[in-house]
Design a protein. Structure first.
Ligand SMILES: *[C@@H]1O[C@H](CO)[C@@H](O)[C@H](O)[C@H]1NC(C)=O
Ligand SMILES: [Zn+2]
Length: 402
């Protein structure tokens, strides 16, 4: 290598490494205020189990490849098309034989709905990923699967519609302040409603997780355009939050993974704050047991009980960071699990509503929406009136870190 080259290379290299540092996923995370927590939108009648616009249409058998499955999928698509038109919808389809399909291929359809900063290229956006499965078990016949996982699907739908307007405002604000450069962290959000989680006969590696296995495999192989920040759609997942078996009273949520224990603790903190602000409908008094029982442990004290197989497995095996939110206490899963009783009538609707608030709050913090959510906007306007524009000083972004 010639001296003249070396002279050029050193500054280039240092710029390169500075860029690498800047581009390292920042896990930006910004707590929301009490005002925002107290103003979180509530699902109200939309979670009515007979007539609710979000939940009721999911409370029916929806075995993969049956008309019930198609109807529920159409319900999701209608919801995004009418309520969240800025979201991009994508199907990921596969087929597989099952132990009960008599040699025939059964179709599995995953629905992925996403929203990114409008100026950003796909490969440069990390995405908070909220996941639940929408299929129901083949047996017993007529099984509804309310906690498993109709209610988690509805919670996620409520959460994303509750932050949608704030995302628009935040991204408008970023554009006004010129923060549309790929060097500014670009964080989007996606919802994965997965098919074929349940086994048809007995849970095995091949009879379970049909949709998740197909999607994780495809996203691992697809490559984003050259020079993208993220190499594959799989590596664009900044955190995979999986909700399952939620909607029964008094859930026990354990922390399973040291590397995402910090995110678990954020959830635990939000739970405590929502209770303190009297926003938890299912709370009876202040001595209630906390759902997130490992909130005060550190990541070394988390007992890694990874025995629960769920939709995260094919993603986790490929290195995706997982936050698994599943009701699994010392007594195991909720009593209605995989029984006919797991229907709308057995849901604890106060708990379902509390979950929807908690998921909304977590998404709002992850997407750094303080100042853009209802409640905090009001405060912002007051401060602006006093000549103190808090928003612009608060939202300089994670580059301050350097
Ligand atoms: C995947 O399945 C859905 C639902 O049946 C269908 O609307 C869509 O066109 C399919 N997509 C592809 C790429 O085959
Ligand atoms: Zn199940």
């Amino acid at each position: 290598m010639s001296p003249s080259y070396r002279g050029l290379l050193a500054p280039l290299l240092s710029v390169y490494f500075a860029l690498l540092l800047l581009l390292a996923p920042g896990n930006a995370y910004q707590p929301i205020s009490d005002d925002t927590l107290k103003s979180l939108p509530r699902p109200n009648d939309d979670f009515n189990i007979h007539t609710g616009a979000l939940l009721a249409p999911i409370l029916r058998p929806r075995v993969p490849g049956t008309p019930g499955s198609t109807a529920v999928l159409n319900h999701f698509v209608d919801f995004f098309r009418t309520s969240l038109p800025d979201w991009n919808l994508e199907f990921q389809n596969s087929t597989s034989k099952t132990p009960v399909s008599k040699g025939k291929e059964v179709p599995f359809v995953n629905l992925i709905a996403s929203r990114d900063p409008p100026w950003a290229s796909k490969g440069d956006v990390g995405r908070l990923t909220l996941t639940a499965h929408y299929d129901s078990k083949y047996e017993p016949e007529g099984f509804i699967g309310a906690i498993d996982s109709a209610a988690p699907c509805a919670m996620i739908m409520h959460a994303v519609r509750s932050i949608d307007a704030a995302l628009t405002k935040k991204w408008d604000d970023m554009r006004v302040h010129g923060r549309t450069n790929p060097l500014d962290e670009q964080e989007g959000i996606q919802i994965m409603l997965l098919d074929g989680e349940e086994a048809f006969k007995t849970w095995t590696d091949t009879d379970s997780l049909y949709g998740a296995r197909s999607l994780a495999g495809q996203w691992d192989e697809e490559v984003n355009p050259a020079m993208s920040v993220y190499k594959t759609p799989l590596s664009s997942i900044s955190l995979f939050v999986l909700l399952d078996l939620l909607g029964a009273k008094d859930p026990t949520i354990q922390s399973f993974f040291p590397t995402t224990h910090w995110a678990y603790k954020r959830m635990a903190t939000l739970e405590r704050r929502l209770r303190r602000l009297n926003q938890y409908k299912s709370a009876s008094d202040s001595s209630d047991r906390l759902w997130f029982e490992h909130g005060s442990k550190n990541e070394h004290q988390v007992n890694m009980f990874t025995g629960i197989e769920d939709d995260h497995i094919p993603f986790m095996r490929r290195g995706v960071e997982i936050l698994h939110i599943i009701d699994a206490g010392p007594r195991g899963f909720p009593a209605v699990w995989h029984r006919m009783e797991d229907d709308g009538e057995h849901l604890d609707l106060a708990t379902v509503e509390d979950w929807s608030l908690l998921v909304t709050a977590f998404a709002a913090e992850w997407m750094e929406l303080e100042g853009f959510m209802p409640g905090s906007e009001k405060r912002d306007a007051e401060e602006e009136a006093h000549g103190n524009n808090k928003r612009s000083s608060d939202h300089q972004g994670h580059t301050e870190f350097f």
